[in-house]
Ligand binder design. Structure first.
Ligand SMILES: Cc1ncc(COP(=O)(O)O)c(C=O)c1O
Length: 463
């Protein structure tokens, strides 16, 4: 049944007042004109969200859904948080955009200072971009240029060492360092070669290796690669602690600090891609803090603006910064930039997001919430198809398998995880599967009651 999209939102306001299209027309246009990311458009049937508040999304028919994927892992303090809303409105009354090519704005400068104060102490400079992939590309290009301009140049360094099943974004540079074959293999002819180590997986351990030995096992392989190629490697690039798009693969404890120490031993730079795991997701503001790692580059995005506006940042050290200083004739500048890098509206949202971390003691409250989620999800382990339940902070995932003992992955083609998520949707919870893995990534502001409801809904979806 077609109906005008005029249902009221939580505050009693009519939905999207500017909409003249009825819900049937909207669905038709959304299927036939809008090209959705990571979606098969021949049978596309996604929700159309009209408004949101807290952890809840309301669609154009007035149905409410708990945002169990944090709007693709970026919402932190809930939707329409009054403090972020006000910060954006206040900024809008001053100026919406100021280019960062030769100009700046106080709010962007304040954000840079605040990020530097929060990040590991050696990171003292901030390059702003608009999305996660760009911030990783910035780190990669800065690292490449660094070796050509540092006091003892090493121009033979032309390759990156990346992890198995890595995901760093969808631009060609980040796809080159990526290693999820389902997403990346088609583009192989367009990519530059990289060195690749194993994926340090805590669930599918190598034969004969116990979890406690796993970090060392994987690090031996990384040491071997570094020994052989140290003088060719620009940087090692890693998603610290959890590899998101690989299916929330959790690294064995000690892998990250072991990798950082190998980088130091072999004189390579370390790029930490915290687009997915940064901004409190894992229980610390930055995932590198779990193992006291200070990378040469720290890439953050997604939750940086609380999930409100596009903004990402590449933080780096004074050592890297200095290699780019010089006279105009020396041409040492970083000739790279994004139109909206450092955008003041985004910066206002980011500063407000950081304020809320303090005002609401978000990280102090996280262990209790994480424990509650862990206990709830643990009860799902006995389900016949659940091969693994894994979690770090408020990143959790359930992996469905066809044989629990052998950990045989269900073929992604059979879309079992999608079926489960469709069932969960009937209970009013939105989750977005990756192959046969169901990521569970609620906003950090989710209440204990909401987390209990989330687990109950997943249980229903699996039954
Ligand atoms: C680890 C990681 N790096 C980079 C990206 C790319 O970020 P964006 O989609 O904002 O370009 C993502 C996105 O999911 C990610 O998970």
């Amino acid at each position: 049944m077609s109906s005008p999209a005029t249902i009221a939102d939580e505050d009693g306001r009519p939905a999207s007042p500017r909409l003249e299209l009825d819900t049937t027309e909207l669905r038709k246009l959304d299927r036939n004109v809008v090209w959705h990311a990571f979606s098969q458009m021949s049978n596309y049937d996604g929700l159309i969200i009209d408004s949101a508040k807290g952890c809840w999304l309301t669609d154009i028919d007035g149905n409410r859904y708990f945002d169990g994927a944090s709007s693709l892992w970026c919402n932190i303090h809930g939707h329409r948080h009054p403090h972020i809303d006000q910060a954006i409105r206040d900024q809008l009354d001053r100026v919406a955009h100021v280019t960062n090519l030769g100009m700046s704005h106080p709010i962007t400068i304040s954000l840079a200072k605040r990020l530097v104060d929060l990040a590991p102490s050696s990171l003292e400079h901030v390059f702003f971009s608009s999305d996660g992939a760009s911030s990783v590309e910035v780190a990669m290009k800065l690292a490449f240029q660094y070796w050509r301009q540092c006091s003892m140049p090493e121009p033979k360094r032309t390759t990156f060492l990346a992890l198995g099943s890595a995901y760093h974004g969808d631009t060609l540079g980040t796809v080159s360092v990526g290693g999820v074959s389902r997403f990346h293999s088609l583009f192989e002819p367009l990519l530059f070669p990289v060195l690749r180590g194993p994926c340090p997986d805590s669930y599918r351990l190598p034969a004969g290796i116990e979890l406690e030995q796993a970090a060392d096992f994987y690090l031996i392989e990384y040491r071997r690669l570094l020994e052989k190629h140290a003088d060719e490697i620009i940087a090692v690039i890693v998603e610290p602690i959890v590899q998101g798009a690989a299916g929330m693969v959790m690294h064995p404890q000690g892998f990250l600090c072991g990798l950082a120490s190998l980088c130091r031993d072999f004189g390579c730079l370390l790029i930490a891609d915290e687009i997915a795991v940064g901004m409190g997701r894992t229980g610390k503001m930055f995932a590198c803090e779990h193992e006291s790692v200070e990378p040469d580059f720290l890439c953050i995005g997604k939750g940086l603006t609380g999930g409100y506006l596009p903004m990402s940042a590449t933080l780096t050290s004074h050592r890297i910064w200095q290699a780019f200083l010089g006279s105009h004739e020396e041409s040492r500048s970083f000739l790279h930039g994004h139109t909206y890098g450092g955008n003041p509206l985004s910066a206002a949202a980011a500063l407000a997001t950081l304020d809320i971390f303090e005002m609401e003691r978000t990280l102090d409250k996280l262990p209790t919430k994480a424990a509650l989620l862990r206990n709830g999800l643990d009860s799902l382990r006995s389900h016949a198809e659940v091969g693994d339940v894994r979690q770090c902070g408020l990143i959790a995932a359930i992996e469905l398998v066809s044989d629990k003992a052998l950990k045989t992955p269900l073929p992604w083609q059979n879309q079992r995880a999608s079926q489960v998520c469709n069932q969960v949707l009937k209970k009013g919870v939105w989750l977005r599967p990756i192959g046969n893995v169901i990521p569970i990534i609620p906003p950090l502001s989710a209440t204990e009651t909401e987390l209990e409801m989330l687990v109950e809904s997943i249980e229903f979806g699996l039954s």
